[in-house]
Design a protein around this ligand. Structure first.
Ligand SMILES: Cc1cc2nc3c(=O)[nH]c(=O)nc-3n(C[C@H](O)[C@H](O)[C@H](O)COP(=O)(O)OP(=O)(O)OC[C@H]3O[C@@H](n4cnc5c(N)ncnc54)[C@H](O)[C@@H]3O)c2cc1C
Length: 658
């Protein structure tokens, strides 16, 4: 196939096209755009908070509670990831006794959810932790576990006491005890926050005694205070004034609860033993049956309250009790101008930033997991070291198993019926499978009236923006039995600010080698294998499901950089590689997707299952890298020759037989 047929088969031309919705936005760009390969100097949360306060730069944080179901967990992480785009300083997860909060084997526990926020949503995470229900030994174990999980921030709490005190031995501890133990045992490892009650804690002997107790918590090691919700600005103002008067100097961050519903706010106030002021009840009374009106009023009130607190500098930031709701929270932050979404990509994949204790050093990833970053994070979660700057050790640590946890991620997001609508209720031929990939690329509605928004190999909906640059070539492939699951165009020195293929600090230049990964029939793969030795500029790897075919011309353990960037005053950054060792690990996952994420949708003896099983059993998975990135890409020309060769030999066979 000639390169004229594919307008982009040469180098990517920098045309300054803008995109409204870059695939890899991140809100914490300021923090993430550190020079690559730089050792990560972890800055504790309380110091970063202080720095923002000193600079007069207001910020926000978001509180979530653990979702109840596994399906809920998947949606939850997607929500947190979307909210992360606005640039929260941190998110925090409540310690919910009903969730079996310390149990890391339970997906819905507070600890698992906090670990997921840190690992999968890549956001600085604080875990609430209570001590009243535990012995000192149990609490110390919980704290140790937080450390092992990589959590660096705690909200140290007593927790609510049950109505009937069934275990007086355990219920003797309060937040102050836990703060002392934490500092004694862990020194300054954790940033510790404490709760504050603008109207006094309901069990406190008096408001003044509660303030003195709060002062003790700060003296014991609490580095900032997050308050209980309140309804009136004056209440918070007075609380801050009173705290300062008795010598509490740490930041005091107001907890803001947007009213989400009439009954809901009444119940929360009752549980927290708070009185809702009359003016608020009167305002809600006429609209209480209209959920939409209450919600809008809640957004208006929260915006006004936050704006006043920030403008008057009574509060340095706002802490939103999100109640796991997304849109109201986003609206409030946008109203306040605190939502900091930016289209700058720190790397071609989304890095964790400086707050993750281990992953902050991660600078290199194999390209194979580009559409499944959560799976990659999960499968590498036990690594104590990540490839950093150099590529040599990318494959040395073992990858975690392809287990349930990552499967639940991928399965949970779309219902079976929605998947069947996208992938077809019945597959009768390989062409039906090809059609799914074509619909994914064209984003046109299929015969069921839906768009194929994600393939079994994608964790999230929609393709990467840059894929649009080679859409025509990919369509040609998928129309011709070359089923593509990953690709990137060649790029020769795009400015790092380019909206489609740029990443990293401004002032740099980005490069890519053309890459293509696809499934194809064994006869196509065999023909390709005979053709490839004539093309020295191509690196290839051809493998099948059980690796009885494993053909490559790459050195056994040497990764090939397929994306790199040159930035002023820095070493060359090489964040994406193709390497034979991790490809063999990826191979199992890629093949598994045919069965676990697609074939399982159909009855056992169906033709649909048989077709997908046949692809799994008989087809090869191929990667091609065109190393000559300044020249027009030749991958598609080679593939055209492959198809021609197969067609020619079929013809000869037919002639011989006739
Ligand atoms: C921001 C925030 C987040 C929360 N998150 C959670 C959560 O995730 N999970 C959960 O179960 N609950 C949570 N709670 C609720 C909290 O657990 C309850 O309010 C609980 O009743 C008190 O916990 P505490 O840590 O504030 O208690 P503490 O700070 O230990 O105070 C408890 C009470 O003891 C009094 N007290 C103790 N010693 C003295 C003394 N010497 N003199 C005078 N008074 C004393 C205090 O004044 C107060 O009344 C949260 C509360 C807040 C404000």
């Amino acid at each position: 196939m000639s390169s004229q047929t594919f307008p982009y088969s040469g180098n990517y031309e920098m045309n300054g096209k803008s995109t409204e919705n870059g695939a890899y936005r991140n809100g914490n760009a300021k923090e993430l755009l550190r020079p690559l390969s730089q050792e990560c100097n972890y800055v504790p949360l309380h110091k970063r908070i202080q720095k923002r306060i000193n600079a007069g730069d207001p910020f926000f944080s978001l509180e979530f509670f653990p979702p109840k179901t596994t399906q809920g967990v998947v949606n939850f992480f997607n929500r947190v990831e979307r909210l992360r785009e606005g640039g929260p300083m941190f998110v925090d997860v409540t310690w919910h006794m009903g969730s079996d909060p310390a149990n890391l084997n339970k997906e819905t526990s507070s600890s698992s959810i906090a670990a997921g926020c840190l690992d999968f949503c890549r956001v600085d995470t604080m875990l609430h932790i209570t001590c009243a229900q535990y012995t000192k030994e149990q609490t110390m174990k919980n704290l140790e576990q937080c450390k092992e999980m990589g959590i660096r921030n705690l909200l140290a709490l007593r927790g609510d006491l049950p109505q009937q005190d069934e275990n007086p031995i355990v219920y003797k501890y309060r937040a102050l005890d836990m703060i002392r133990w934490t500092v004694e045992q862990f020194g300054d490892y954790f940033t510790i926050a404490a709760s504050g009650y603008p109207m006094g804690h309901p069990e406190a002997p008096s408001y003044a005694a509660d303030l003195q107790y709060l002062k003790s918590k700060v003296e014991a090691g609490a580095q900032f205070i997050i308050t209980q919700l309140f309804f009136e600005e004056a209440v918070f103002e007075k609380f801050v004034r009173d705290c300062r008067e008795i010598g509490i100097t740490v930041p005091i961050i107001p907890g803001i609860m947007p009213i989400g519903g009439y009954e809901n706010i009444r119940r929360i106030a009752e549980l927290s033993k708070l009185t809702i002021p009359d003016w608020l009840l009167n305002a809600l009374e006429p609209i209480k049956q209209n959920d939409e009106a209450v919600r809008n009023y809640g957004i208006h009130l929260a915006t006004q309250l936050c704006r006043n607190l920030l403008n008057k500098k009574t509060a340095p930031s706002v802490h939103i009790y999100t109640m796991n709701r997304e849109s109201a929270c986003r609206e409030i932050l946008q109203n306040l101008g605190l939502w900091q979404q930016t289209s700058i990509r720190a790397l071609p994949w989304v890095p964790h930033g400086g707050h993750h204790p281990i992953r902050c050093r991660e600078d290199v990833r194999p390209i194979f997991w580009a559409a499944r970053p959560k799976s990659y994070i999960y499968r590498t979660k036990d690594w104590d070291e990540f490839p950093n700057g150099r590529l040599g050790n990318i494959s040395s640590p073992a990858f975690g198993d392809l287990k349930e946890y990552y499967l639940f991620y991928l399965k949970g997001q779309t219902t079976k019926e929605d998947q069947l609508k996208m992938y077809g209720h019945e597959l009768q031929s390989i062409e039906d499978v090809q059609k799914v990939f074509i619909n994914f690329l064209t984003q046109q509605e299929n015969e069921n009236g839906v768009k194929v928004t994600k393939l079994p190999w994608n964790e999230q909906e929609n393709t990467q923006e840059e894929t649009r640059l080679i859409n025509e070539q990919l369509l040609w492939c998928n129309n011709n039995g070359i089923i593509t699951i990953n690709s990137q165009p060649a790029v020769n020195g795009a400015p790092s600010t380019d909206p489609l293929v740029g990443w990293g600090q401004p002032g740099g230049y980005c490069y890519q080698k053309a890459y293509l990964e696809f499934f194809t029939s064994r006869e196509n793969a065999e023909a390709l294998h005979t053709l490839l030795p004539a093309y020295k500029r191509i690196n290839y790897h051809i493998i099948n499901h059980d690796a009885s075919i494993d053909w490559t011309n790459s050195a056994p353990t040497t990764p090939i950089a397929v994306t790199w960037g040159v930035f002023p005053g820095q070493e060359i950054a090489q964040p994406t590689v193709v390497d034979p060792l991790s490809f063999r690990v990826w191979k199992d996952e890629a093949y598994d997707a045919w069965l676990s994420h697609w074939a399982h949708l159909y009855p056992e003896q169906s033709s649909s299952r048989a077709i997908l099983q046949q692809i799994h059993d008989e087809w090869c998975l191929v990667t091609l890298v065109d190393n000559d990135f300044p020249q027009p890409v030749i991958l598609y020309d080679i593939l055209e020759k492959m198809l021609q060769q197969v067609a020619d030999s079929k013809k000869i066979n037919e002639q011989l037989q006739s």
